[in-house]
Ligand binder design. Structure first.
Ligand SMILES: Cc1ncc(COP(=O)(O)O)c(C=O)c1O
Length: 342
């Protein structure tokens, strides 16, 4: 970036910084030692999320990764297998924690271009009971997948299929609120046949850290032990829980604004013939012609506009700290770059 001031940071919705009102809530939070179960704000957050998800209990964790891993450890024994979409975060981007810490191995199943698993493929992936086989124990779903909404009916069918096959079902809902807002439903619509759901507070919802795992009491008790093992027992962490509560109280419905801005980015870039792109919820994926990729990245960076510049496809994410003017700057910057090449 060579010291260029950042005019729009579209790399991820994890980049938001706490608003003034969120900081007030954090500063004034009533706290206690959460390892003793004595932090009233953490307890309030956990009860609130249990209510939002319609589950018996919930647990506040450091991160989405720690929450997913605690869930897998709560569901699986060593030698068990979990069925998961090949593109899903737990499989690709969580450092094989389930295998490293829990001795549970993933069985990745192909997903379609929307990130969706097919119920028949899930059924086919379940092992027959045989001394040679790992024990199929868990189905891991995700919503959204790379920004793509997994529709209610599909999630329901997949989860019901998992249960029918004797599996527990975990949903990595790092961005489940984005899916719910996009579908105009409550998050409980996705959760009828889901045993545990992980909800990140630090992505579109805008808290600086934290994820909540919800499920039945016995599973959450096992996840609580796993969290301790993973070094996730924290002390006066109500300051962070207060940020999470603030996020849940103020920042769910406004995810629709992020989606509208991502649509506007997509609309603007679709006017450029050279680009191919997809957009869903708050993510826009753009593939420029290979010969222009590096120059385009240099051009955007020189204007202080950041995405994640993977090759061949780059990603732009809208979030709380992206406004309409930044969206127009991004579209304008792309447009000028390709105009100058015609
Ligand atoms: C779908 C999904 N699940 C889980 C995570 C992990 O969250 P964290 O970065 O808080 O560990 C991410 C992070 O980006 C994610 O995108």
């Amino acid at each position: 970036m060579n010291g260029t001031p950042i005019r729009g940071d579209f790399r991820s919705d994890t980049l938001t910084v706490a608003s003034h009102a969120m900081r007030e809530a954090m500063a004034t939070a009533e706290v206690g030692d959460d390892v003793y179960g004595e932090d009233p704000t953490v307890n309030r957050l956990q009860e609130h999320v249990a209510g939002l998800t319609g589950k018996e209990a919930a647990l506040f964790l450091n991160s989405g990764t720690q929450s997913n891993l605690s869930a897998v450890l709560a569901h699986c024994q060593r030698g068990d297998e979990f069925i998961i979409g090949r593109e899903y975060h737990i499989f690709l981007n969580e450092a094989a924690g389930a295998a490293a810490f829990g001795g549970a191995s993933p069985w990745p199943v192909e997903v379609d271009s929307n990130g969706s698993l097919a119920p028949d493929d899930v059924r086919a992936a379940v092992r027959e009971s045989d001394q040679h086989h790992p024990v199929s124990r868990l189905l891991c779903l995700e919503n959204t997948v790379n920004g793509c909404v997994q529709p209610v009916e599909l999630v329901d069918k997949l989860a019901a299929t998992g249960r029918d096959c004797g599996l527990a079902v975990h949903l990595d809902g790092a961005r489940l609120f984005n899916a719910a807002v996009a579908c105009g439903v409550d998050i409980t619509a996705f959760l009828d046949h889901v045993d545990t759901v992980s909800l990140c507070l630090s992505k579109g919802l805008g808290a600086p850290a934290g994820t909540v795992l919800a499920g039945d009491r016995a599973t959450i008790d096992r996840a609580f032990r796993a969290r301790k093992m993973l070094g996730g027992g924290m002390r006066q962490v109500g300051h962070l829980a207060a940020a999470g509560l603030h996020a849940l109280e103020h920042n769910i419905a406004r995810l629709a604004d992020d989606h509208a801005r991502a649509e506007r980015v997509a609309e603007g870039l679709r006017a450029i013939d050279a680009l191919s792109l997809t957009q869903d919820t708050n993510m826009v994926w753009v593939t420029p012609p290979a010969e222009h990729h590096d120059d385009l990245v240099a051009h955007l960076e020189s204007e202080g506009l950041l995405g994640i510049f993977w090759k061949p496809t780059m990603r732009f994410v809208t979030h709380l700290d992206v406004d309409d003017a930044q969206v127009e700057s991004l579209v304008d910057s792309f447009t000028r770059f390709f105009d100058s090449r015609n």
